[in-house]
Design a protein around this ligand. Structure first.
Ligand SMILES: Cc1cc2nc3c(=O)[nH]c(=O)nc-3n(C[C@H](O)[C@H](O)[C@H](O)COP(=O)(O)O)c2cc1C
Length: 168
């Protein structure tokens, strides 16, 4: 297998992080990977908010607590919020955001970091986060990606390909 296919298979969602800091260069490379994601008509509706402030991470953790599994938000040295501007693309924001998030998760993994994924789009957590960060209601929050040095090595599994595909 080549490196991309290996990274796709070996990346895991990380929910436990060591306190060690993450350098700006690697965060920038992760954000660059997000920037190069595909989007409808190349509209690139993303905004990425990078949170290092511990108080704000604690607040984000609280805001997410009501309705999603929120492990890792206040533990990770960095949390990246993947947002989209619905004025730029009112229809495909969640897909563009998810594409950017997956690029970033793979980039983090390839750089030896762990990345979590908390989907908040359409939940009460999204509204709480919009309020916390005083985002305009045109800015939708797709997901939160805690980033740091993994303090766990989780296993995962997938349905068999035969259960997923049809040839017609
Ligand atoms: C849209 C989306 C939302 C997710 N939300 C959460 C979440 O709120 N909390 C969490 O712990 N993991 C979340 N995850 C991670 C999934 O639980 C994880 O991808 C799945 O269990 C497979 O594990 P793996 O990524 O390690 O292979 C989310 C993943 C996606 C793609």
């Amino acid at each position: 297998m080549n490196e991309v296919l290996n990274a796709i298979k070996n990346r895991r969602t990380i929910r436990r992080f060591k306190p060690d800091p993450v350098d700006d260069d690697r965060i920038r490379m992760i954000l660059e990977a997000g920037r190069w994601a595909p989007s409808f008509s190349n509209l690139q509706p993303w905004k990425f908010i990078i949170v290092r402030d511990q108080n704000l991470k604690n607040e984000l953790d609280k805001a997410s607590r009501e309705c999603v599994l929120h492990l890792g938000i206040n533990e990770a040295p960095v949390v990246i919020l993947v947002c989209v501007d619905r004025r730029i693309d009112p229809l495909h924001g969640i897909e563009a955001g998810a594409a950017a998030a997956q690029n970033m998760a793979l980039a983090g993994h390839s750089l030896g970091l762990g990345v979590g994924w908390i989907g908040v789009w359409g939940t009460a957590a999204e509204i709480a986060i919009q309020k916390l960060l005083q985002l305009p209601d045109t800015t939708r929050v797709v997901s939160l990606l805690p980033v740091g040095h993994a303090d766990e090595s989780p296993q995962s599994s997938r349905k068999s390909l035969d259960d997923l595909i049809q040839f017609r």
